[in-house]
Each structure stands twice: as C-alpha cells, then as structure tokens.
Design a protein around this ligand. Structure first.
Ligand code: SF4
Length: 471
C-alpha cells in the first residue's frame, strides 16, 4: 500500500478557552517533524477543530496520542476511522503502560517515546507491512532530537492559536513516586538538551512565553547546577516575556541559580508540595513532606528572587483523613502562594500504586478511564470513604477557586511586581488560578459514549463550562 497522507490527532477534552487552545500538541509537533518531506502531514487538535472524517481513507495512516483520560475518546475515534478504512496507531502514556488493552481495538501500538519507531511505522505502512507493536526501548539521546520543521510550525501556528506553547529542555526524573506515570514513560535518568539547541528552537519558534513540560526541571538545580547556569545565561539574552516550570521545593535552596533563572525570564515555578501531612512520605519518593515551616520558607525564598510560586497538592494518600482538607486550606490561606492546584490521587495504569491497590481490591472498577482526570475518585482511600474524599475535594476546590480567593492571590502576586511591569504581568497573575477553576469544573463532568461528556451539576451553573465548550 502506498501512503497518501499522515494524520496526527490529539483527542479533545477542554475545548477552547476564550477562543484559543490551552494545550499545544507538542508531542505531535515533534512526531510530525519526523515524517519524510514528501508525505503530507496534518496535525489535528480536537479542542480546536473537528477530525475531517470524510477526507480520511484507506491509504492514510492516523497516529493518535492519548493520556489515560483520553483513551475512551481515542477508541471511539478509532472506530470512526476504521469505518472509513484508515489505519490507526495509538501511542502516548496509556498505550505505553497498557499496550495489550489498546491493541484489542487499534491496528498498532507505539510503546515508549516513539521518536525512533514512528518513522519506521510510516515506512512499514507505506510498504503494506505495518506491525502490531512498536517498542521504543531506549531513551532517546536528546542531543539528536530532530528540530520541529517549518511546515509543522506554520500549520500549528502555536503563538496565535494557543495561550501558552509548550517547550522541553530536560526529560526524566530519578525519584520514584509510587503514583508517577512520567518516570515510567520518560525514564529515571535525567536527560538534558544541548543549550544551543534550546536557544535555537526558542528563536525559530518565535516563543515569547512557554510552559516547560519537563517532569522535574527543578531537580537539576541540585543535579546539574553547571548546566543550569549555562542555560540561564543563554536564555537571559532572549526577548522572552516569561516561562514556567515544574519543580521541587529544593530549588529554594539555590538562591544564586534562582536569581539567574529570574534574569533568564523565568517567572513562575510550580512546586509539588503534594501534602501537608507528614504521614505520607512513603508514597512520594522519600521527599521531605509535611514540614509547613519549610514550605513557607521555600515560598518566601523563591519570591525573594522575584519568581512566583504555584503550589501543587494531592489528596487521598493513605495517611490522609478527612482533616486533610481543612489543614491544607489553612496552610494555603496563610501562605503567599501565587496560585494553587489541588488534585485527587489517581492510580494510573503501570504504577506500583495501582498494582498494590488492585491486589487490595481498592480500585473502583466501574469508573471509566475518562474520569482518570485527577478530579474524580477512582479508588477506596485508606482512611476515608470514596464519598468523603470526593466531598472534601469538592469543598476545597470551591473555596480555593472562588472569585475572592482568585482575586486575593492574583492581586498579591501582581503587587510583588514593580508597577511598570503590571500591564505585562496582569493576565499571568490571575490566569493560572482561572485555568484551574475551569479545569476543575470537570469534577461535574460525566462521560458519554463517544468518550467526551456533559456537565451534570455544580460548576456548570456558573457559566464557566459554557466558556469552555463554546470558546
Ligand atoms: S518527583 Fe515528580 S516526576 Fe519525579 S517521580 Fe515524583 S512525581 Fe514523578
């Protein structure tokens, strides 16, 4: 079979937010850039556009990347595409961690990063010899990452169609949190991209602001300080407006690097505090947790460098009782955090945590994958009922994302900036919490047969989901 065209699909979930997408299809941009120049490639983000089923036929190869919460939608898309004769390869986190489940309905599965195997899949399909499974077992050396091509950049138009483009500088994390899927996909060896390649990519993509997808960028403050210094010194020469990373609180122990990071235009760090309960250490990779004085100190130190802090918290560890919601809320209220993300622990496929919970009969088997979105309860917690976890989470999200709370944190964040920077920083000071207010409206989301859903109660009443769905 001679290939006609490659389609790459990111299944929809969030829709547009005020006319733009929230989640640029960064993985697909990389995979699209690996296709030979002579083969047409179309990247489709279902949050922005519908899949053009009528155009797709038997000589087309369709690649779909999916997280667990998108896998039901991916299956539905695959059925529609099969009805038109197309061949569908599914990759991403869920396919990597549960390949047999996906192979039951997809033509082929891409396990792992797929940078090596995706060009092979295209070649095999072109020859009519597509295999069922492609396993990319080695972690790609990031020195050799193929640049994102101009045709992909033009097509995706990330600076105009999305709120924040994604970027990657490092990959992997040597920690071993029992609930983490990232290390099972990206590995536990920290890999670093050459600084020159990072600068070249930012310039060629004309990025002014980006969100770093790196699993644990901040750990490099300790592991690779020389690399970080070189990186920050290179990035401070670029005309960036700001960039955001995910990190641990240990970044706060490196004031010199934080100062350089600020000079390099980093303006927000998402710090995984995870829990205010010191009884939860075992599940979070041995990281020191629950020391609230240290949390306050870390936040203040990052603020001293002129960088904002978004605190990430997870509920439902085995040490948590129903008191955890009030104690977390009290901590957040007393803290100077610029934004907050609260999620429910979710036992994803392929994690030790899910394995243990399955053995203990604690997984709620009736919950569909589409509710594995970290705002729904999918298991029986150790010291709460599922209903208590759900109710406590609902209580804290309503309090944290009420308008007064969002305005208070946003104003406190903005007021730390010099007045001359306010016009540039105003949106960023409120946008993280606003985004979470909208994202967590999914707790009122019920799945439908096509893997998408409808709102059943609660947050839909305030009109936010309307914005989300109609953009
Ligand atoms: S620190 Fe973060 S990236 Fe690393 S294993 Fe834990 S959850 Fe995963």
């Amino acid at each position: 079979m001679s290939i006609r065209k490659v389609y790459l699909i990111q299944p929809g979930r969030d829709g547009k937010l005020f006319g733009r997408g929230t989640m640029a299809p960064y993985t697909l941009m990389r995979l699209g850039s690996l296709a030979p120049d002579e083969i047409p490639v179309q990247i489709i983000d279902e949050d922005l556009e519908a899949v053009p089923f009528a155009e797709i036929g038997p000589n087309d190869l369709v690649g779909i990347t999916a997280k667990t919460l998108q896998i039901d939608r991916t299956r539905w898309l695959t059925e529609q595409l099969h009805a038109r004769g197309a061949t569908v390869v599914v990759g991403g986190v869920h396919a990597t961690l549960a390949p047999d489940e996906v192979l039951a309905w997809a033509d082929a599965v891409a396990v792992g990063e797929a940078y090596r195997t995706w060009p092979q899949m295209i070649e095999d399909f072109d020859r009519g010899e597509l295999k069922r499974s492609y396993v990319d077992e080695e972690w790609t050396n990031l020195d050799d990452l193929k640049p994102i091509t101009d045709r992909v950049l033009q097509q995706v138009d990330e600076n105009n169609r999305y709120w924040t483009p994604y970027m990657e500088i490092t990959r992997g994390c040597p920690r071993n949190c029992t609930f983490c899927t990232a290390i099972r996909v990206s590995g536990r060896v920290m890999r670093l991209r050459p600084v020159d390649a990072v600068v070249e990519e930012i310039e060629r993509r004309k990025l002014k602001r980006f969100f770093l997808t790196d699993d644990n960028f901040g750990l490099n403050f300790r592991l690779n300080p020389d690399y970080m210094e070189k990186l920050f010194k290179a990035l401070r020469k670029l005309p960036l407006h700001g960039w955001t990373v995910q990190a641990e609180q240990l970044t706060a122990d490196h004031p010199d690097l934080l100062k350089l990071a600020r000079e390099a235009h980093m303006d927000k760090i998402f710090i995984g505090f995870e829990t205010v309960n010191p009884g939860n250490r075992k599940e979070i990779g041995g990281k020191a947790k629950g020391n609230l004085e240290r949390y306050h100190r870390s936040i203040n130190r990052v603020h001293d460098a002129g960088i904002g802090v978004v605190g990430l918290f997870v509920f439902g560890f085995d040490g948590d009782t129903t008191d955890v919601f009030q104690s977390t809320y009290d901590f957040i209220k007393r803290s100077n955090l610029d934004g907050v993300s609260v999620t429910i622990l979710t036992p994803f496929v392929g994690t030790p945590q899910r394995r243990d919970m399955l053995q203990e009969g604690r997984i709620l088997t009736h919950v569909p994958w589409s509710l594995y979105d970290t705002s729904h309860v999918t298991y029986t917690p150790g010291q709460m009922t599922p209903e208590e976890l759900s109710r406590g989470y609902d209580w804290i999200t309503r309090k944290l994302y009420s308008w007064p709370s969002i305005l208070r944190r946003g104003w406190s964040s903005l007021s730390r900036q010099p007045v001359r920077a306010w016009p540039r920083k105003a949106v960023a000071s409120f946008s993280t919490d606003l985004g979470y207010r909208i994202a967590y409206a999914h707790r009122d989301w019920a799945p439908t047969q096509n893997g998408q859903g409808h709102i059943v109660s609660g947050a839909s009443r305030d009109g936010f989901m309307h914005v989300l769905q109609t953009g």
